[in-house]
Design a protein around this ligand. Structure first.
Ligand code: C2E
Ligand code: CA
Ligand code: CA
Length: 713
């Protein structure tokens, strides 16, 4: 049994200490903890650890300072130190080496990597102490650690390398390693760090620990770990530097592989949700300190499920991959938002799972540019792509949330970006949407309403009220318009203004519309059975229903079941219903007409209507919109329009009806224009079925010449 290695974990984050301790102990290490730099130095004084795991940012003496302290002291100089550095800060890595760290690990920490690194460093450290102890044990040590060694005579600039050292540099064993050869092998990005390390070694005599790349003469890139000591001659003139070199390429590759599995999405190679959260947290902390903004774009492909379902998962995956590639190509252009963050470009993008992607911009300056990026993303995803011979069209909906305006913590920010995305989807897809505060309230309310509305349909909580339509001359009720109300268990009577739009949006209007027609027809036949004779009953038809192909069959079936003759049913449709596709609309209207059903153009005057528009549709009645009636007769212009509409309608053989008639003056004016019918609060609001019977009785006893209205009784 060998004694376990003794490791000191220094971190001010209790959670990190706990997790590190668990990982280390599980691998057979003995562990001690310190909360800050001072405690760490104390602990080291009491008992010298075999290795220190050192966090960079800590209160009371940070990691760099601890490192410097350790390297000052002869006794602690050679304790290997692994520094835990944040991702955002490439600078801190070189600072760590300068301060005397042996190695570093980037947070977020993967525990497999941590253990591997610790073992590596301990092995190397053992080897280097073996080097120090005796030349005789050197070979043995090299065998353990797969090390090469070298000796640099600074006077001659010749480096004597072992076979292994030569091999690592990619030259024939036995050939002389010259300084210029070594220099040429170190890529520019590592050069300053290496020379700096050597300078420290020469100047202060501290041991050198370095990791750098080597470009071999054949172009291969290797990663090497170097450790070196200096032997001074009298008068402090540099004589010899002796070091070990280790090729750690495979280890680093394995680590990178493990890291990728844990933090990257295997399909697209993009950072995964976990990585994204880490990065976002870092970016937020940084932005907070600098008073900068961070933007999150939350992307969700539109109708991706359909691609997957109809073309199969392989095509679906290929499409996701293509999407990732497009996003990367677009976002890589650094200048897009004037971002000055030092993240790798492609890491700004993440795949959260399924067809959800996020893009993060930190430290950007211009929100307008952000909109441009969003627009570019929309455009690029809209371009069709051919996969496996299928031409695929898609689009993406984007929600944008900004830190700190739309949320100061990660969860709120993500949730709000998601909410904004949801709004982008529900307002037509293929668009971007900034988050706004009202969204949460409104989308929550909408969601609740949607659930309730579904239940209401299941439980049939709808009732119809009926508003009389009166003949202008006789003042008799000739027809009624059925208007739906929701008998809400808690809120009481809810008016259609609150739920029709949502029912249309969600498609629930199909079912609701059917219920209304059925109830209206049932009511009509009840009235007929109880002796109340009306020319017709009018039902409003949503434009959405109007696009339904089996509408005619559905209505015919209801008429049949309720034994109402088609001539007694009047459907009120709006211009919106026919705008969608004129030909299909006309065709559908013809088929309804062929059954004998009568059609009313509702809300006339507010839409696109030109007078010639009307001539194309087989309608029977024209209902003048409430907005024209409300200003009558004072508003001269509207009065003229109403006159013209009525005259024109008559020339087309349409009967006219005015809605929203609230005053006697309005009724009298309409009477003077020759309008055929009217409807409005002046006579009655929409009332429940039993009240209508009484209204009819009432009008029957009124004289035609001197009209009196229910509201006046
Ligand atoms: P609409 O088709 O224009 O129906 C007339 C609306 O005007 C009704 O509101 C009615 O109560 C109101 N109204 C009637 N007389 C007056 C008046 O003198 N002054 C004023 N200010 N308002 C008057 P309601 O019942 O709230 O219905 C609103 C809209 O909801 C309807 O407008 C219609 O578009 C829709 N709607 C109602 N029931 C149904 C239905 O069963 N199916 C469908 N698809 N839509 C419906
Ligand atoms: Ca109507
Ligand atoms: Ca209307």
């Amino acid at each position: 049994m060998t004694t376990p290695y003794y490791v000191l974990i220094v971190d001010d984050d209790q959670m990190m200490r706990l997790l590190s301790r668990q990982a280390m102990m599980a691998s057979g290490f003995e562990v001690a903890e310190a909360e800050d730099g001072l405690q760490a130095l104390d602990s080291i004084k009491q008992r010298k650890p075999d290795l220190v795991l050192l966090d960079v940012t800590m209160p009371n003496l940070d990691g760099f300072a601890v490192c410097r302290e350790l390297s000052k002291n002869e006794d602690t100089q050679r304790i290997p130190v692994i520094m835990l550095t944040g991702l955002e800060d490439a600078q801190s890595i070189s600072s760590a080496y300068e301060a005397g760290a042996t190695d570093f690990i980037i947070k977020p920490i993967n525990w497999h990597i941590l253990i591997q690194r610790v073992q590596q460093v301990l092995r190397a450290s053992e080897a280097s102490s073996a080097l120090r102890t005796s030349q005789a044990r050197l070979e043995h040590a090299q065998r353990i650690a797969h090390l090469g060694n070298w000796e640099w005579d600074t006077d001659s600039d010749i480096i004597h390398g072992s076979d292994e050292a030569c091999r690592i540099f990619g030259i024939e064993p036995g050939l002389k390693l010259t300084l210029s050869l070594v220099e040429a092998a170190i890529p520019t990005e590592d050069y300053a760090r290496v020379t700096n390390g050597i300078r420290q070694l020469v100047k202060y005599g501290v041991s050198l620990f370095l990791e750098h790349q080597i470009r071999r003469p054949n172009g291969d890139i290797r990663i090497a770990q170097q450790q070196a000591e200096i032997f001074l001659k009298k008068g402090n003139r540099v004589r010899r530097i002796v070091g070990t070199i280790r090729d750690i390429t495979t280890e680093r590759q394995t680590e990178e592989h493990i890291r990728r599995l844990a933090f990257y999405d295997s399909l697209t190679g993009l950072p995964n949700r976990r990585m994204f959260h880490e990065r976002l947290a870092t970016a937020l902390a940084l932005a907070n300190r600098k008073g900068a903004q961070v933007a999150i774009l939350f992307l969700d492909l539109d109708r991706f499920k359909r691609i997957n379902d109809t073309l199969g998962h392989a095509v679906g995956d290929a499409f996701l991959l293509e999407t990732a590639t497009r996003l990367k190509a677009l976002v890589r252009r650094r200048d897009v938002v004037g971002s000055s963050g030092n993240e790798r470009d492609e890491d700004l993008i993440a795949r959260l799972g399924g067809d959800e992607f996020t893009i993060m911009f930190s430290d950007f300056r211009n929100t307008l540019n952000l909109a441009k990026v969003a627009q570019r993303i929309l455009n690029i995803i809209k371009k069709p792509v051919t996969i496996d011979g299928h031409e695929i069209f898609s689009s993406v909906s984007i929600g944008i949330a900004l830190f700190p305006g739309d949320g100061t913590d990660l969860d709120t920010l993500l949730k709000n970006a998601d909410t904004a995305m949801f709004h982008a989807k529900s307002s037509g897809r293929g668009r971007y949407q900034y988050y706004s505060n009202e969204m949460n309230a409104s989308s929550l309310a909408k969601l609740a309403l949607e659930t309730e509305l579904r239940q209401a349909i299941d439980r049939n909580e709808f009732v119809l009220h009926f508003q009389p339509k009166l003949d202008m001359i006789s003042n008799q009720i000739v027809s009624v318009e059925a208007l739906v109300r929701w008998q809400h268990p808690q809120r009481g009577l809810v008016y259609p203004g609150e739920f029709i739009a949502l029912a249309e949006e969600t498609g629930m209007i199909m079912e609701l519309g059917r219920i209304v027609i059925e109830q209206a027809c049932l009511q009509f036949s009840h009235w007929r059975e109880s002796g109340i004779e009306l020319a017709s009953i009018a039902v409003n038809l949503s434009p959405v229903q109007f696009r339904r192909s089996d509408l005619v069959e559905q209505i015919a079936a209801i008429l049949e079941q309720t034994s109402v003759s088609p001539g007694n049913l009047e459907l009120e449709i709006t211009e919106g219903a026919v705008m969608h596709s004129e030909e299909t609309a006309i065709e559908l209207m013809r088929r309804l007409k062929a059954l004998g059903i009568r059609l009313t153009m509702d809300d006339f005057g507010i839409g696109y209507s030109s007078l010639s528009f009307l001539t194309r549709f087989p309608i029977d009645h024209l209902k003048i919109d409430r907005s024209f009636v409300s200003d009558l007769p004072q508003n001269q212009e509207k009065a003229a329009v109403v006159r013209a509409i009525i005259a024109m309608a008559h020339s087309l053989n349409l009967t006219t009806i005015a809605e929203g008639v609230e005053t006697r003056e309005q009724a009298l004016f309409l009477h003077s224009t020759g309008c055929d019918q009217f409807q409005g609060f002046l006579f009655s609001r929409a009332v429940p079925a039993p009240s209508l019977a009484r209204l009819i009785e009432l009008t029957n006893t009124q004289t035609v010449l001197k009209p009196r209205y229910a509201s006046e009784i």
